[in-house]
Design a protein around this ligand. Structure first.
Ligand code: ZN
Length: 1029
C-alpha cells in the first residue's frame, strides 16, 4: 500500500514514500518481573478544552520551525534553556508494547501513548512551550492512531518549532555493540518517516544520545555525515566528567574521523544526568514540591526561585558560555504533562521576575537545537576531542564493560538480522518487487532492526522477558521477509515455484530442508557483496556420497566433514544430520548449486581422515595441520595450538580459554558492586583452563579441522581451508555451571611474543580503528581500581596488536568485550552467566537459561597473522565475513538458472569499494550507498552510469548519509577550536564536503563518476523511469 506524497518535497524532486506499517508486538504477555516502586495510577483522557484548543490553534500558519522559532536570549545574563523531554526506552524492564500502552505498571509506571497525548495537549495551550521527541518508533505508532484533527495540530506544532525532533532514529541506539550499517539504516528509517510526515521541519539537527553507556567516535562521525550540528549525552567516565567540570571542558569539538575531512562535531555533556535539577522534578512520578504561589501559608515561590537560581549559577561555573541547557525530564515522564508544564510556567515566570531586582538569570523554554544555535552565534572556542568515551565507569568499581558481551546469542541474532536484511533489500531491488505485502514485510524487518539497536536491546541489559520479546519480534520479521526474498528469487531465477527457504540454525548444523536427505536440494546463494566472491559453503547433511553441480551441470568439488560430537550432543538438536557437506562456490550475485546423492559407495573410509590424536602418537609431540597458505602446529601433550604460519610470518600463538569469577556483592556501596548485565567485575585474576585437551583431527583435502574438547562445557573447532588466508576458531560455550554459586565470564585468550608495548587496536562500530593503551585515557588519569575491567573495550569487528614486524588481528562475528592485558596478548569475552544484579536498574541477574539449564552459545573468531608493514585489508575481510553468501534452499530435480539479464553487474566498482546498501527507498526510487573500505592509500574513482542504466534510472542525486537530505543543502555549524588563532568574524558553516553528484539519463556518462577517498561513504537516490504497467 503506497500513499501519495503529502506535499513533501526534496528540492525539486517529489519523493513518494512507503507508508509505515506497524509490527504487531502483541503476545508479549510474559510473567512480569519483580515490581518497581511506582504504583498504578489513573489516567486522564482528552478534555473538552483540548478539542476547543484544536479549533483555535490549527489554523494554517507560516512555517517558522528551525532557528527562526528559537526563543530570544538576553545579553549579559545567564540564559537558561529549559528543555522538556521524556526518555522513553524502546524496551527495557517492560516490552515495547507494554511501555507504549502503559500495561504492567507494577513493573514500571510508564505509558508512552499518554505522554504524547498530554504533551501535545499542553503544547497547544501556550506557544512558548517546547518539547523534544526522540524515539521515532513510539512517535510513529502514536501518530498513526490519531484523528486527522490531532494530526493537523501536531503538524502545526512541528511547523512552528514547538514540538521538535532530536535524534529522530527509530530508537536511541547503543554505541558500543551496534554495527554502523544498522545505525545508518535505523536513521534512514526514522528520518524518512519524519520527512514524509512533516517535511523539512521534521528533520532533527542534533543527536540526543543521553542514555547510552559510553559514546563511540563512529556515532559522532555518523551525526556529522548526516549534517547534524552537534550531539548531547549524559554519561562519561566519572573522573573525566569531574575534570571537565573543573576545566570548563564539558563541551568540546569532537574530531570524529581520522580519515574524513569536515568531521568535527560539537559535543556536549549534560550536567546532572538527563534529569531536572534536584528538587525540580514536576512529574507525577516525583515527590518534589510544586511551585506554590497563591495566598497560602505554604507559598514557596521565594525559596524555590532562590534554589533554582543557586543551581544554575553553580552549574554555569562548569560551562564556558552565557548559555546553559537544563533538561527537564527523565525516564517516561510527562504522562500527565499538565503537571510538568504548569509548574515550569511558574518557575520561568518567578525566576525572570527576579530580574527587576537585579538577578542575571533568564530562563525560557527551549530545545537543544536552539541552545546549540546560540552557542554557535557566540563564536567562542572549544576544546578538542579525538578518541572516544569508552569504557564508561560510574564509580571506582563499576566499569560498564560487561554489556559489551551480555546476551551473546541475542547479539549474534541481531547481526544475522542485519545480514538477512541487507540480502532481502538487494533482492527486492533486483527483482523490482512491487507487491504491497512484500514491501510491507521488508519494512517490518527494517523496523524490527531499528528496535534492536536500542540501548537496552542489543546491549543485553533488558529483563529476560523483554529479551525474549525482542527475539520473538525479530524472528517474526525475518520469517516475514523470507516471503519477500522468495518472491524475488522466483522472478530472478527460472525456478518459479521454488521454496527458497532460509535455515536459521546452520550454526549448529541444522536445516529442515536437508534433514531427511540433501538429495535434490537446490542451494541458491545470494552474494550481498558488490564483487564476485569465492567462499566455502557448508550444508548440514548425512554421511553420503554427494555430487554437487553448478548451473552449467559442472561438478563442483565437495567433501563431507564430521560435525563435532559436542554439537551433536546438544539437547533438543535433531540428530539426523551429523555431517556437513562442504563445497567451494564462486558467485557474482546469485548462483544455484544442485546437490545429489550418488548411489556408489564413498571412495574413502571416514576413519582415514577423521581420527583422535593420541598424545604420544608422534615423536615430535606435534601435530601439523597445513594448507598451501597456512600452517598450524599443535602440542599433542597439551592439545593446545602452538604456532601459526601464514603470509610469510611465523609466530608462537597459544590459545586458551579462561574464566573470570563474577563478583557478588550487595551493591550497597561502590566496593560491593556485583558483576552484572552492565558491569564486568571479576574477583581476582583469570583462571586459565590448562587441562589436557582431547584432540580429533579431520584431514580433508580442502578443509582441515582440529576438534578440541576443553571440558564438559567448552569445545572448539580450529579450521583452515585451502586458499583461505585465515584461521577459524569456532567455539561452543555453555551451559556455564553455577553449582558452586559463582557466576562466570568466559574468555578466549591468544598469547604471542609480539612486543606490543601496551598498545592494541579496536574498531569503532565496525569502522575506523582506535588505538588503545593499557591503563591510559586521552584526557585524564583513570581510576584503575578495576584493572581488568577498566581495560576492556567494545569489539564489534576486530581487535589487533602489532610490533614492528608482525600483526595479529582477530575478527569476530558479533559484538564482544575485548582487551590486551599483557603485551602480545589479546582476549575476547565470549559468554557470561551471573548470579547477581549490578543494581543499575535491570533488577535481574544475567542468568540466561534454555531447556532448564544455562544457555549455550556458539560463534566464530577468525585470526589473521601478517606483516606489520603490509597494508591491512582486515576491514574488507570483516565485511566479506559479515555479508557472506546467504543460503536459500529448495527441493528441485534439476538445477535452476538465474535470469542474468535482470541482474546488474558491479564490475566497475574498484576492489576496495563495496555496496553498503542497495534498497527500495520508495515505490520508484532506489537508495544506493557505497563505501571505500581502504583505510589508507589512494582515492578511487569509478563510473556508475552502467549500473544506473541497468536499474532503469531516470535521475540520480546525492544525499546525506541517512538518505533523506540533499547533499547540496548541507549547512552545518562549524565551531572554532581552542588555540586555533583567529576568531571568525561571523558564524561559520560546513557545506557539502564535495561536489554532490546530480545527473539524469539525458546526460553524458561522464556526469556519473563517483570518487571516494579512503573510508568514505556516499549515498545516492536513483529515480527510476516511469514504467506503465
Ligand atoms: Zn534508556
Amino acid at each position: 500500500m503506497f500513499i501519495a506524497s503529502s506535499g513533501t518535497l526534496l528540492g525539486s524532486k517529489e519523493l513518494p514514500h512507503f507508508s509505515f506499517h506497524f509490527i504487531r508486538l502483541n503476545g508479549s504477555d510474559k510473567t512480569p518481573p519483580r515490581s518497581s516502586a511506582f504504583t498504578e495510577m489513573e489516567y486522564f483522557s482528552g478534555s473538552l478544552a483540548f478539542i476547543t484548543l484544536f479549533l483555535l490553534n490549527t489554523a494554517i500558519c507560516e512555517t517558522t520551525c528551525g532557528f527562526a522559532a528559537c526563543p530570544a536570549p538576553k545579553l549579559n545574563m545567564i540564559n537558561v534553556h529549559l528543555v522538556p523531554h521524556s526518555h522513553d526506552d524502546v524496551g527495557w524492564l517492560k516490552t515495547v508494547d507494554q511501555y507504549y500502552y502503559g500495561s504492567q505498571n507494577k513493573i514500571q509506571h510508564a505509558g508512552v501513548q499518554y505522554i504524547l497525548d498530554t504533551v501535545v495537549e499542553e503544547l497547544l495551550k501556550d506557544s512558548k512551550r517546547r518539547f523534544i521527541q526522540v524515539e521515532t518508533f513510539f512517535f510513529a505508532k502514536w501518530y498513526s492512531e490519531q484523528s486527522e484533527t490531532v494530526q493537523r495540530a501536531v503538524k502545526k506544532l512541528v511547523a512552528e518549532g514547538r514540538l521538535e525532533f532530536a535524534g529522530g532514529a527509530w530508537s536511541m541506539n547503543d554505541e558500543a555493540t551496534v554495527h554502523y550499517q544498522s545505525v545508518i539504516d535505523q536513521f534512514n528509517l526514522g528520518l524518512r518517516y519524519l520527512k514524509e510526515t512533516f517535511g523539512d521541519c521534521g528533520r532533527p539537527t542534533v543527536g540526543w544520545q543521553i542514555d547510552p553507556f559510553g559514546h563511540s567516535r563512529e556515532m559522532a562521525s555518523i551525526f556529522a555525515q548526516m549534517a547534524f550540528n552537534g550531539e548531547f549525552f549524559a554519561r562519561m567516565d566519572y573522573v573525566d566528567k569531574k575534570k571537565r567540570m573543573l576545566e570548563l571542558e564539558m563541551e568540546m569539538i569532537w574530531q570524529s574521523s581520522e580519515s574524513l575531512k569536515s568531521s568535527n562535531i560539537f559535543t556536549g555533556m549534560l550536567y546532572n544526568h538527563y534529569s531536572a535539577p534536584p528538587g525540580f522534578c514536576f512529574d507525577i512520578n516525583c515527590e518534589d514540591a510544586p511551585i506554590i504561589d497563591g495566598e497560602s501559608y505554604d507559598n514557596n515561590v521565594d525559596a524555590r526561585v532562590s534554589d533554582f537560581i543557586d543551581y544554575v549559577k553553580n552549574m554555569s561555573k562548569s560551562y564556558r558560555s552565557t548559555h546553559i541547557m537544563v533538561p527537564m525530564g527523565d525516564d517516561f515522564q510527562y504522562e500527565d504533562a499538565a503537571v510538568n508544564f504548569k509548574n515550569m510556567d511558574k518557575l520561568i515566570k518567578y525566576v525572570n521576575d527576579r530580574q527587576s531586582e537585579g538577578s542575571q538569570v533568564n530562563v525560557f523554554y527551549s530545545t537543544p537545537s536552539c541552545y546549540l544555535y546560540e552557542l554557535h552565534q557566540l563564536r567562542q572556542t572549544w576544546p578538542n576531542k579525538t578518541e572516544d568515551f569508552f569504557p564508561y565507569s560510574s564509580d571506582s568499581h563499576s566499569y560498564w564493560t560487561g554489556y559489551f558481551t551480555s546476551r551473546p546469542t541475542q547479539k549474534r541474532f541481531h547481526r544475522d538480522g542485519n545480514h538477512f536484511f541487507q540480502t532481502v533489500k538487494q533482492l527486492s531491488v533486483l527483482a523490482n518487487l512491487s507487491d504491497t505485502q512484500d514491501l510491507e514485510d521488508l519494512d517490518n524487518l527494517s523496523q524490527a532492526m531499528g528496535i534492536m539497536q536500542h540501548h537496552d536491546a542489543v546491549t543485553g541489559t533488558e529483563k529476560q522477558a523483554v529479551a525474549s520479546d525482542y527475539d520473538r519480534m525479530l524472528y517474526k520479521a525475518i520469517v516475514g521477509a523470507e516471503n519477500s526474498a522468495r518472491d524475488a528469487l522466483r522472478s530472478l531465477t527460472n525456478l518459479t515455484s521454488g521454496e527458497f527457504e532460509s535455515c536459521l540454525e546452520l550454526n549448529i548444523s541444522v536445516c529442515a530442508l536437508t534433514q531427511n536427505t540433501a538429495n535434490n536440494v537446490l542451494v541458491t546463494l545470494v552474494n550481498p557483496l558488490a564483487h564476485s566472491s569465492t567462499q566455502y559453503v557448508r550444508i548440514p547433511a548425512k554421511n553420503e556420497n554427494y555430487l554437487v553441480t553448478d548451473e552449467k551441470g559442472r561438478e563442483v568439488f565437495s567433501e563431507v566433514v564430521p560435525v563435532p560430537w559436542q554439537v551433536l550432543a546438544l539437547e533438543h538438536r535433531p540428530n539426523d544430520t551429523q555431517h556437513e557437506l562442504v563445497f567451494k562456490a564462486s558467485v557474482d550475485k546469485i548462483a544455484n548449486f544442485l546437490i545429489r546423492v550418488l548411489p556408489s559407495p564413498k571412495n574413502m573410509a571416514e576413519d582415514q581422515v577423521y581420527f583422535p590424536v593420541e598424545r604420544d602418537q608422534q615423536e615430535s609431540q606435534e601435530l601439523t595441520v597445513e594448507t598451501s597458505l597456512a600452517k598450524l602446529t599443535f602440542d599433542t601433550t597439551t592439545g593446545g595450538l602452538k604456532t601459526v604460519e601464514m603470509n610469510g610470518i611465523t609466530e608462537n600463538i597459544e590459545q586458551s580459554f579462561g574464566i573470570y569469577k563474577g563478583y557478588r556483592g550487595n551493591n550497597g556501596e561502590s566496593k560491593n558492586r556485583s558483576s552484572g548485565a552492565y558491569v564486568f567485575r571479576p574477583v581476582g585474576d583469570i583462571e586459565i583452563l590448562n587441562n589436557k585437551l582431547e584432540l580429533s583431527f579431520y584431514n580433508g583435502s580442502r578443509v582441515k579441522e582440529v576438534h578440541q574438547h576443553v571440558n564438559e562445557w567448552i569445545s572448539q573447532v580450529i579450521r583452515i581451508y585451502e586458499d583461505v588466508n585465515r584461521v577459524e576458531f569456532e567455539w561452543l560455550v555453555g551451559p556455564i555451571p553455577t553449582d558452586d554459586e559463582v557466576g562466570k565470564e568466559i574468555v578466549t585468550r591468544f598469547s604471542s611474543n609480539i612486543s606490543s608495548m601496551g598498545k592494541f587496536y579496536t574498531d569503532s562500530n565496525g569502522r575506523e580503528l582506535l588505538e588503545r593503551e593499557r591503563n591510559q585515557r586521552e584526557h585524564f588519569v583513570p581510576d584503575m581500581s578495576e584493572a581488568i575491567s577498566g581495560n576492556y573495550y567494545p569489539v564489534t569487528g576486530q581487535i589487533s596488536l602489532q610490533d614492528e614486524q608482525k600483526r595479529i588481528t582477530l575478527l569476530n562475528d558479533r559484538a564482544q568485550g575485548g582487551s590486551s592485558l599483557k603485551d602480545g596478548e589479546l582476549e575476547l569475552m565470549l559468554h557470561r552467566r551471573l548470579l547477581n544484579d549490578d543494581a543499575f536498574g535491570v533488577g535481574e541477574a544475567l542468568n540466561e537459561t534454555q531447556y532448564g539449564t544455562g544457555l549455550i552459545a556458539r560463534g566464530k573468531i577468525s585470526l589473521i597473522l601478517d606483516a606489520a608493514s603490509g597494508k591491512p585489508n582486515q576491514r574488507l575481510v570483516q565485511h566479506q565475513l559479515d555479508q557472506h553468501f546467504w543460503k536459500f534452499f529448495s527441493k528441485s530435480n534439476g538445477v535452476a538458472s538465474v535470469n542474468r539479464h535482470l541482474i546488474p553487474d558491479f564490475y566497475d566498482f574498484p576492489k576496495s569499494v563495496e555496496l553498503l546498501s542497495l534498497e527500495p527507498y520508495s515505490k520508484d526510487q532506489i537508495l544506493m550507498r557505497v563505501e571505500n573500505f581502504n583505510t589508507e592509500g589512494n582515492v578511487v574513482s569509478f563510473n556508475i552510469y552502467p549500473l544506473f542504466e541497468s536499474l532503469d534510472g531516470d535521475q540520480i542525486w546525492e544525499t546525506t548519509l541517512d538518505g533523506n537530505m540533499l547533499l547540496e543543502d548541507v549547512k552545518r555549524f562549524k565551531f572554532t577550536q581552542d588555540g586555533s588563532g583567529t576568531i571568525p568574524s561571523s558564524a561559520e558553516y560546513y557545506y557539502a564536503p564535495h561536489n554532490p553528484l546530480s545527473a539524469n539519463s539525458t546526460m553524458n556518462a561522464s556526469a556519473f563518476v563517483v570518487t571516494l577517498v579512503p573510508m568514505q561513504i556516499r549515498t545516492f537516490i536513483i529515480q527510476q523511469k516511469y514504467i506503465s504497467s
